[in-house]
Design a protein around this ligand. Structure first.
Ligand SMILES: [Fe+2]
Length: 165
């Protein structure tokens, strides 16, 4: 996990993460900071193991830790038209290079990040893409959420009313 620890120490990564957390400090709905990313990382790792799929753990964690980073640019008019998944993939590329990920690994990870907002029945370029998206949904435990009644996404969350993982 040395590359993950390099990523976590990156000043650029910490800057982006700080911007996401600052933007969402008054948000009543699901947040997209470090704790969410770690929940996604561990769930994605479990799903891959359950399905007998072999990925390096630091590849899986990198995809999860970076998948929502583009939310730091949400209000930037020049990128407002693109969804945060594509922005996250773009921001992830140099961070992954800096942490020592190879070109094929960076392509795998950034494709997974770019695809994490796809629908369940769409085509995914890898199992990592599919299970990253799945982990993102399973990470939300709506039962204790005070904003659940007003949330338009609640019905997409498999653990909205019962704990599975
Ligand atoms: Fe997410």
């Amino acid at each position: 996990m040395e590359r993950i620890n390099l990523l976590l120490r990156s000043s650029l990564y910490r800057d982006y993460l700080g911007k996401v957390e600052e933007k969402e400090k008054d948000r009543v709905f699901c947040k997209h900071g470090f704790n969410h990313s770690m929940e996604v990382a561990r769930l994605c790792w479990i799903f891959l193991l359950e399905n007998g799929l072999t990925y390096a753990r630091d590849v899986v964690y990198a995809a999860a830790l970076l998948h929502d980073l583009g939310r730091c640019e949400e209000d930037n008019a020049t990128v407002a038209a693109a969804c945060h998944a594509l922005r996250s993939a773009r921001l992830a590329e140099p961070l992954l290079a800096e942490a020592g990920y190879s070109l094929p690994e960076r392509k795998l990870i950034t494709d997974a990040i770019a695809e994490h907002r796809k629908g369940e029945d769409e085509v995914f370029t890898s199992h990592l893409s599919y299970f990253l998206r799945r982990a993102d949904k399973y990470s939300r435990l709506c039962g204790d959420c005070p904003a659940a009644a007003a949330c338009y996404k609640k019905d997409e969350m498999p653990q909205r009313s019962r704990l599975l993982y």
